[in-house]
Design a protein around this ligand. Structure first.
Ligand SMILES: Cc1cc2nc3c(=O)[nH]c(=O)nc-3n(C[C@H](O)[C@H](O)[C@H](O)COP(=O)(O)OP(=O)(O)OC[C@H]3O[C@@H](n4cnc5c(N)ncnc54)[C@H](O)[C@@H]3O)c2cc1C
Length: 372
């Protein structure tokens, strides 16, 4: 059986594992990336790639702060990746428009717009007329909207492949179809038991998304991450596209420049079942076409399904294990893994290579769930 000794083994080639591997390699580490399937086949392949702290994080203070910090890092992150020759083609900061279907909803958005503007966010409330001028495809009964200009979106699978290619060029070796079953302490490093033999490393980063808790790490409870299924539709939009991400009461729409319109997303407790369902497709289609009636003319290109890695407090788990020296967690990113990938990669690299514990790690500390 093959045995190899990178400085750092990263388990999971989703957006988090690929971002961490690239950042570690950029800083000179010898990294091995291990996935039981292939690159970007977990939750990441189904992600809508929306970068929008002021929608997803509305009133949850720690997540909102992390998300704002995550978004602030994005331009620089994409620039560095492009300088490495591998930026994603589809990265846009064209804003989001959150819409309301009735007067009460519009009043709430107007209050929220005022709050954001008072904090210096480039946000504006649009009344019923202005909202339809901004997005002419919206249903006539749309009562108002909140425009946040700094938001954006990225093609998440494309980003992840770009990270992986850039990492590979910096020497990261990838093992595909290699399932890690156990992590243990081994002399001055760690030992990974895999279906393909043993991997030894100085340190290991566990970034296996929803499956992180299925990998035994020393003795003690598994990391408490559970799968939350999300279905995402791909439509082929006909005619003039939407101008930005549109958020409605029951779905959101992401317009890619190639004419694809992404419709997200269901939020379901379905265990590890990654299958699409008729009801998921039905509900998303109904919600999308209530928002933009012209959606009924769109082609149906398919549905993607992913398992979001959720934690009890909806915050990621990032930091050192208290019980297994050399193990670092980077998991539990739930609905914000794309948005938080640059921040996570920076924090993990600081921790693993320089022993630096940034203040943000306090909020994501594994210790809040016991002796992990
Ligand atoms: C429908 C949907 C829409 C979303 N929209 C957004 C959005 O708009 N914005 C946003 O920021 N986030 C969004 N998310 C969330 C985001 O996609 C996730 O938070 C993110 O993809 C998690 O990345 P990850 O790398 O942690 O996990 P994953 O992408 O799931 O990757 C984990 C990897 O670990 C591998 N693995 C598992 N077990 C093992 C093992 N034992 N050994 C080796 N490898 C293993 C898997 O094969 C997989 O490749 C969305 C998610 C879904 C499902």
């Amino acid at each position: 059986m093959a045995e190899s000794s990178p400085d750092i083994a990263v388990i999971g080639a989703g957006v988090i594992g690929c971002a961490v591997a690239w950042e570690l390699a950029r800083r000179g580490a010898r990294v091995q990336l291990i996935d039981c399937r292939d690159v970007a086949l977990g939750a990441t392949q189904a992600s809508a790639g929306v970068l929008a702290p002021y929608i997803e994080g509305h009133d949850k203070a720690p997540l909102l702060e992390l998300s704002i910090r995550g978004l602030a890092l994005y331009d620089g992150f994409i620039d560095r990746l492009r300088r490495d020759g591998h930026g994603p083609a589809h990265y846009y900061r064209t804003g989001t428009l959150e819409t309301a279907a009735d007067g009460d909803g519009a009043a709430a958005l107007e209050r929220h717009a005022g709050l954001l503007a008072s904090r210096g966010v480039d946000a504006e409330f649009l009344d019923a007329r202005a909202v339809r001028e901004a997005e002419p495809h919206l249903a006539p009964e749309t009562a108002g909207g909140l425009l946040v200009r700094t938001h954006g979106f990225v093609n998440a699978p494309e980003l992840t492949f770009a990270l992986w290619e850039a990492a590979a060029e910096r020497g990261v070796h990838t093992r595909r179809s290699c399932q890690v079953t156990r992590i243990d302490r081994d002399g001055s490093g760690v030992r990974l038991d895999t279906g393909e033999g043993v991997v030894k490393a100085r340190q290991v980063v566990l970034a296996a998304g929803s499956w992180s808790g299925r990998i035994a790490a020393g003795e003690g409870p598994a990391v408490p991450v559970r799968p939350v299924r999300g279905q995402l539709l791909y439509l082929e939009w006909k005619g003039a596209p939407l101008r930005r991400v549109v958020w409605g009461p029951s779905c959101y729409l992401v317009p890619w420049t190639d004419g694809s319109l992404l419709v997200g997303a269901t939020v379901e407790d379905a265990g590890f079942d990654e299958r699409a369902t008729a009801s998921g497709v039905h509900d998303l289609l109904g919600a999308a076409c209530a928002l933009v009636p012209q959606g009924w003319q769109a082609g149906f290109a398919g549905v993607r399904v992913g398992l979001r890695p959720a934690t009890a407090d909806e915050l990621p788990i990032v930091g050192r294990s208290a019980r297994l020296e050399g193990l670092v967690y980077a998991t539990g990113h739930y609905r914000n893994g794309i948005l938080l990938a640059p921040l996570t990669a920076t924090l993990v690299a600081d921790l693993v290579l320089e022993g630096r514990t940034a203040p943000e790690l306090e909020q994501m500390n594994p210790a809040r769930f016991g002796a992990l």
